[in-house]
Write a protein that binds this ligand. Structure first.
Ligand code: SF4
Ligand code: SF4
Length: 142
């Protein structure tokens, strides 16, 4: 995130880890806006940010993908796995105990790229279930 007007991230504390990524604003649903998944939000300027940042819906305020969150970890997920680069938005369900991968129809196999092997291996080693979201259906892959 390059500035305070970018993408679906929480209000506090302000962070710029998203850089120019705005990919969740495309891939994820926003119920308050009736925005379906895999459709560009009309309020998003791709690579720049949200044009209604101060008035954006609560679900946008609360959203953090796992890549974004990991940037505060001791071992953050790699720059190559930033969602706009790898075409996968990693999220969690079940209080963070399970991983869900969200991809556009054109990139359904993006999780199979080599850059993901290490991250997926870590989840598998720790016994963390990993799913792919496909039209709102979760399909377990590990
Ligand atoms: S997908 Fe993640 S890194 Fe990209 S804008 Fe959304 S929260 Fe930020
Ligand atoms: S309202 Fe703003 S933060 Fe929410 S999806 Fe649209 S561009 Fe992204």
């Amino acid at each position: 995130m390059t500035n305070a007007a970018t993408s679906q991230t929480p209000d506090t504390p302000p962070r710029n880890d998203c850089g120019t990524c705005t990919y969740c604003c495309r891939v994820m649903k926003v119920k308050e806006l009736n925005k379906p998944a895999n459709t560009a939000c009309t309020h998003c300027v791709e690579g720049s940010g949200c044009t209604i940042y101060n008035e954006r819906p609560d679900s946008c305020r609360q959203y953090e993908c796992l890549w974004f969150r990991s940037q505060q970890f001791d071992k953050p997920l790699s720059p190559a796995l930033r969602p706009d680069r790898c075409k996968v938005v990693m999220g969690t369900i079940n209080n963070g105990n399970e991983i869900v991968l969200y991809m556009e129809p054109a990139h359904q196999t993006a999780w199979q790229q080599p850059a993901f092997s290490e991250a997926l291996g870590l989840f598998v080693t720790r016994g963390i279930p990993v799913y792919v979201s496909d039209n709102d259906q979760l399909r377990r892959i590990f």
